[in-house]
Design a protein around this ligand. Structure first.
Ligand SMILES: [Zn+2]
Length: 380
């Protein structure tokens, strides 16, 4: 577990726990907060004083309590800040709107082929403005707009305070031009999609201090999260994608054969059968198409080798995100069986968690950066 060192660190840590509990569960009484967080009633009282001063919580209705004195609901100020996350990918642009509450407030997708031109970035900017207006966001409370893309990468570059990692399979674009666009539009930072996806995983899995995050999308990558406080999310790499799961399989961009990255991408699943989408693939599969069934069998075999390797290496729960998460979720029993069944060495059985909103994971992760920074700044 995370061990805060100074009194100040303890206060910040406890504030985060209480804010997180309120954001996930909605208004609660002080007693319920203490019970839910495991903090003492006096700690909760002290922290609530700070959070009230910083306008992150207010006092709500009084309710009758068993103890005699009426109890008061502690209400998180959900609209203290708004945040927009944008994911720019090869074929589409996704927007999400968040405030301090969960789940997200709005989402929107535009189909648009990526092109590194002024016209393309201007279109994104127009969609953003329309998205903000359509959702009646108070612009004074808009904490930031964060853009996630696996296209905007070059080795060792930084945009704002965020290091941008090299994604070997990504198309290189002129990051200087992108920076200028960011300034023009007041976008905050650029993030690698996989990092944003992992931040999303982190955000959705707050109850989990430790887990392995695996993004299964048009590329595959992931990271290891060790206690949500100390994780260095920017160390995320795409190395998971290059573990060999199918010796002698398809050749990968890394030069070897049978990498997870070549065997289990979302697009590879349907494109090899000349189908047009994942939806079409799964409809055909459910209708008994034998080619799809054979392809799915190999896909699950390969993916489960990877999941099993991750499980054996880290002995942690595994959070699966990315576009494939929603489809894999339908087969969770089968996947669970293949990964965990008949394995008796570990006394504790780990679980597989399928992140909801998988398709929007990166955009949500990007938006969550603003929310987390806002809370951190308020309580530090
Ligand atoms: Zn590879």
């Amino acid at each position: 577990m995370y061990q805060p060192k100074s009194l100040h660190e303890i206060r910040v840590y406890h504030s985060k726990i209480i804010m997180s509990t309120l954001r996930q569960n909605g208004p609660m009484t002080k007693n319920d907060l203490a019970l839910k967080t495991g903090l003492s009633l006096s700690s909760v009282t002290n922290i609530l004083k700070i959070l009230t001063d910083r306008e992150l919580v207010t006092l709500g209705d009084k309710i009758d309590s068993f103890a005699g004195r009426p109890a008061t609901y502690i209400v998180p100020v959900l609209d203290a800040v708004y945040s927009v996350g944008i994911e720019v990918s090869q074929y589409s642009v996704r927007f999400v709107l968040m405030n301090l509450g969960e789940p997200i407030l709005a989402k929107e997708k535009h189909d648009a082929l990526f092109e590194n031109s002024d016209a393309y970035w201007d279109a994104i900017h127009e969609w953003l403005e329309a998205f903000i207006d359509a959702n009646n966001v108070d612009r004074g409370k808009l904490g930031g707009v964060v853009l996630a893309t696996r296209l905007a990468v070059s080795s060792g570059e930084r945009i704002g305070n965020i290091p941008v990692l090299l994604d070997r399979s990504a198309e290189m674009i002129d990051t200087e031009a992108l920076c200028r666009k960011f300034e023009e539009y007041n976008f905050d930072v650029a993030l690698n999609t996989k990092i944003a996806g992992a931040i999303y995983g982190l955000w959705e899995s707050k109850d989990l201090p430790d887990y392995v995050y695996l993004s299964v999308d048009s590329t595959i990558g992931g990271c290891v999260v060790r206690n949500y406080e100390s994780v260095n999310i920017y160390d995320l790499s795409d190395n998971f994608g290059h573990m060999i799961v199918h010796p002698g399989g398809k050749r990968c961009s890394c030069g070897r054969t049978g990498c997870l990255e070549t065997q289990c991408t979302a697009s590879g699943l349907y494109m090899r059968l000349n189908l047009s989408s994942l939806d079409e693939f799964f409809t055909e599969l459910e209708n008994g198409n034998e080619d799809c069934a054979a392809r799915w069998e190999t896909y699950l075999d390969d993916l489960c080798v990877a999941l099993n390797n991750l499980y054996m290496s880290y002995d942690m729960d595994i959070v699966i995100g990315g576009t494939m998460a929603q489809y894999l979720d339908r087969y969770r029993e089968e996947i669970d069986r293949r990964v965990f069944a008949d394995y008796a060495l570990f006394p504790v059985k780990r679980k597989l968690i399928f992140a909801h909103n998988g398709e929007y994971a990166a955009a949500i992760g990007a938006a969550a950066v603003v929310i987390e920074k806002f809370i951190a700044k308020k309580i530090s």
